[in-house]
Design a protein around this ligand. Structure first.
Ligand SMILES: [Zn+2]
Length: 628
C-alpha cells in the first residue's frame, strides 16, 4: 500500500505521506473545511460527534446528534434511543452473534473440507503436459535444495502480470537516496528523513542539525541507517512500534523528492522484465489538489454521514462538475504521458524491436488511487475525478482506494465510501474497480470492523478484484462470501510479504488456502516491492514455501493475473478461469516457435487480453522446453 500527495505549483512536487501522521498539506486543506468529528466513548456505547457543515442545517437540533452510530459495522437502522439501550442489548446481541459466528464457522469448516477434497480429486485427475511434468520435477528438486535454488528456478518462470503494486512503494531506498543527492535535498540524521534546503541561505544550505544529502554518500553508517529508515530492512518490532507503523512511516521519510515517475517506471519495468513479467497495473495518485479544494467548497450534505442517497450524490456531482472538476483531467493525463515518455527515453524504447531492451516489452497501465482516510467531501470529489480520468484517458484502466484500511476515518466511513462507489459506478459503468478490502487482522480494529469490508467492496463497491482480503474468515458468513466470489469470478490480489510485515499474518494464518479451496481466482502480487525489499519472484518462493503452492499452482496464478487484468477485449480461454481450453479460434497448440493461425490472429488483433495471454502461453512453452 502506498500513495502520493500531489501539490500544485510550478514545480508540481508530489509529496508522499503516511496516513497516521497527517501531512501539513492535509492540515491546510482541513482548515478549509469544518473539523470532522471524533469517536469517543459514551457510557457503554460509542458515539460519534459530527460537525455542522457550513450552509447546512444543524442535525443536533432535535437532540439526536450525540448518538450517531460510528461506521464500524454495516448494521443499519439503530435509532438514537436504541443506541442508548445498547449497553444491555449489546450484550444480548453479542451472545446472538457468537452463536451465529460458531454456526458460520462450522459451515465454513465443512465447506472448506469438502472443497479441498474435490480440489485434490481434480488435481490428481488432471494430467500434466510433458513440459509441466518436467517443470514440476525441477521445481521439487529446487525446493528441496532451499530458497536460493528455488528463487533461481522461479526467476525466469513466466509470471504474467503484477496487478497490485504502488509506484512509490515499488522503488528501492537506494534510488531515492541517489535522487535526493541529485536534487540537493538535506537529511535529518536523527529522524532519518529527507528535509528541504533552507531557502534564502545559499544553495544547498540545510537547517541546523541537518546535513546535505550528498554527505550520506561519504558516511556508510548514515547511508545504512537511511536505507533502513526508508524500508523494512533490519526492522525489528518493538514496544509501541509495529511493522505496520514502520511500513507506513517510510512514505513520509522519503517524501520531499520531486516527481521522478519516469525513472521509477523504468526501475519497476526493468525489474519486471528480469523476472519474465509482461504487464504491470500500477497504482498512482495524479494531482487532485484543485478537486479537493472544490470538494471542501461544495461541502457534504447535511445528515449524510452514515448513508448518502443517490440523489444527494448526484446533486454533489453536478456541483463539482459545474465548479470545474474536469479541468484537472488534463494535468493528470499529462503527468502520466510525461512519465511514460521519460521511461521510454531512458530505456531506449524508440529503438527497433531487435535492439530495444526487454524492459520495453513490459506493458504498463495505471489505476487511479483515491485516498480513503479523508473527510467524505474530499473522498467523493477525488473519486469522481478518478472516474472522470479513467473515462477520458486509456492509460488509466480503473480506480482503487488506498491508505491504511484501519485508519480512523477509513473505518468510520467505509460503508459511506462504498455507497459513493455504488453511485459513481452507476454513472460510469465502464470504469473498472479494484479495492483494498480486508487488509486487516484481528485486534487491529473492533471485531465488527472485520465483518463486512470484502462483502461491501463487492456488493456496493462493485470491485472486480479484491486487494489482500486477509480478514476473509472474520467476515459474516464467509462460506457464502467465498461461494459468491467464486461464482462471480472476483479475483483476490494476494500480497504475502506485505501481509506478513504489515499485518503479521503469514503461513496458515493467511486465508489463501480457503480462497483456493473455494475456487476463488487468486494471483500473487508485490504491493510495495521497494519498501518491502522484495520482487515478484520472492512472492512465488514465499508461496511455495509457506503456502505449499506447486509449479502448476503458480502457473495458473500467472494465467489468472492476465485473465483478471483490466485489459480491453475477450479472453483467450473458452471459459472464465478455466485454463483447460482455448477459444475455438486459437485451439492450435502454442509452442516456443509457433505463430497464431489466421482465425487466432484475428482474435488477438481485437483483444489486448488475448494477445498477452497467447504470449504468456508461448513463454511457458519456451520455459518448460528449457528444463531437462
Ligand atoms: Zn496495496
Amino acid at each position: 500500500m502506498g500513495w502520493w500527495w500531489p501539490e500544485t505549483g510550478s514545480n508540481r512536487r508530489r509529496r508522499p505521506f503516511q496516513g497516521r501522521a497527517l501531512p501539513l498539506s492535509y492540515l491546510a486543506l482541513a482548515m478549509l473545511s469544518s473539523t470532522r468529528g471524533q469517536v469517543r466513548p459514551s457510557s457503554s456505547c460509542v458515539s460519534l460527534r459530527l460537525p455542522v457543515e457550513e450552509g447546512y442545517a444543524d442535525p443536533s437540533d432535535d437532540g439526536s446528534f450525540e448518538n450517531v452510530e460510528p461506521q464500524y459495522s454495516n448494521h443499519h437502522g439503530l435509532t438514537p434511543n436504541r443506541m442508548l439501550a445498547c449497553g444491555i442489548l449489546g450484550e444480548l446481541h453479542a451472545m446472538d452473534r457468537q452463536v451465529s459466528m460458531i454456526r458460520a464457522r462450522i459451515a465454513l469448516g465443512l465447506f472448506i473440507i469438502t472443497t479441498l477434497c474435490c480440489a485434490h480429486a481434480q488435481t490428481t485427475a488432471s494430467a500434466l503436459t510433458p513440459g509441466e511434468a518436467r517443470a514440476t520435477h525441477a521445481f521439487a528438486a529446487a525446493k528441496k535444495m532451499g530458497p536460493g535454488e528455488l528463487y533461481a528456478f522461479l526467476e525466469p518462470m513466466p509470471k504474467g502480470a503484477d496487478l497490485h503494486m504502488h509506484l512509490l512503494g515499488a522503488v528501492y531506498a537506494e534510488t531515492f537516496i541517489a535522487e535526493g543527492v541529485q536534487q540537493g535535498l538535506c537529511v535529518d540524521p536523527v529522524a532519518l528523513k529527507f528535509t528541504q534546503p533552507v531557502s534564502n541561505s545559499g544553495a544547498g544550505a540545510c537547517a541546523t542539525g541537518n546535513v546535505p544529502a550528498a554527505t550520506v554518500l561519504k558516511d556508510q553508517h548514515l547511508y545504512d541507517a537511511l536505507v533502513d529508515s526508508f524500508s523494512m530492512r533490519s526492522f525489528v518490532p518493538a514496544s509501541g512500534i509495529s511493522g505496520h507503523d514502520q511500513f507506513f512511516a517510510t512514505f513520509d521519510r522519503f517524501g520531499g523528492l520531486k516527481d521522478h515517475s519516469g525513472a521509477w517506471l523504468d526501475e519497476v519495468a526493468t525489474r519486471a522484465a528480469g523476472e519474465n513479467e509482461q504487464y504491470l497495473e500500477i497504482m498512482t495518485t495524479p494531482p487532485f489538489t484543485r478537486t479537493a479544494t472544490l470538494g471542501y467548497k461544495s461541502g457534504w450534505p447535511a445528515g449524510a454521514y452514515k448513508d448518502a442517497t443517490r440523489e444527494q450524490l448526484a446533486k454533489l456531482r453536478d456541483q463539482l462538475l459545474a465548479g470545474g472538476l474536469r479541468d484537472e483531467i488534463v494535468d493528470d493525463s499529462k503527468q502520466i504521458a510525461d512519465a511514460e515518455a521519460v521511461r521510454n527515453r531512458i530505456e531506449g524504447c524508440t529503438l527497433p524491436d531487435e535492439v530495444a531492451p526487454p524492459a520495453c516489452e513490459v506493458k504498463i497501465h495505471f489505476l487511479y488511487q483515491v485516498l480513503r482516510a479523508f473527510p467524505p467531501q474530499q473522498v467523493f470529489a477525488q473519486t469522481l475525478l478518478g472516474f472522470e480520468v479513467a473515462s477520458a484517458d486509456p492509460d488509466f484502466v480503473g480506480i482503487n482506494f488506498v491508505q491504511p484500511e484501519d485508519d480512523r476515518i477509513a473505518m468510520q466511513d467505509y460503508h459511506l465510501q462504498m455507497e459513493m462507489l455504488d453511485y459513481l459506478h452507476s454513472v460510469y459503468p465502464n470504469v473498472r474497480i479494484s479495492l483494498h478490502a480486508g487488509e486487516l487482522a484481528p485486534g487491529m480494529v473492533p471485531t465488527a470492523g472485520l465483518s463486512f469490508h470484502i462483502r461491501e467492496a463487492i456488493d456496493l463497491g462493485h470491485a472486480e478484484r479484491i486487494g489482500h482480503g486477509v480478514d476473509l474468515l472474520y467476515e459474516s458468513h464467509p462460506d457464502q462470501l467465498l461461494k459468491e466470489m467464486a461464482a462471480k469470478h472476483i479475483m483476490v490480489e494476494i500480497n504475502l510479504t506485505s501481509n506478513d510485515v504489515i499485518l503479521g499474518i503469514k503461513g496458515n494464518e493467511h486465508p489463501l488456502a480457503a480462497y483456493r479451496a473455494a475456487h476463488v481466482p487468486v494471483a500473487l502480487s508485490t504491493d510495495d516491492e521497494g519498501v518491502s525489499r522484495i520482487d515478484l519472484t520472492h512472492e512465488y518462493v514465499k508461496g511455495a514455501e509457506e503456502q505449499a503452492l506447486g509449479y502448476v499452482d503458480l502457473k495458473n496464478m500467472a494465467r489468472t493475473s492476465l485473465e483478471h487484468a483490466f485489459f480491453q477485449g475477450e479472453s483467450l480461454w473458452a471459459a472464465p478461469d478455466d485454463f483447460a481450453h482455448h477459444k475455438a479460434a486459437c485451439t492450435a497448440p502454442i509452442t516456443a516457435i509457433s505463430t497464431p493461425t489466421a482465425p487466432c490472429t484475428a482474435l488477438l488483433k481485437r483483444s489486448e487480453r488475448a494477445t498477452e495471454q497467447w504470449e504468456l502461453e508461448r513463454r511457458f512453452a519456451v520455459f518448460e522446453a528449457s528444463l531437462h
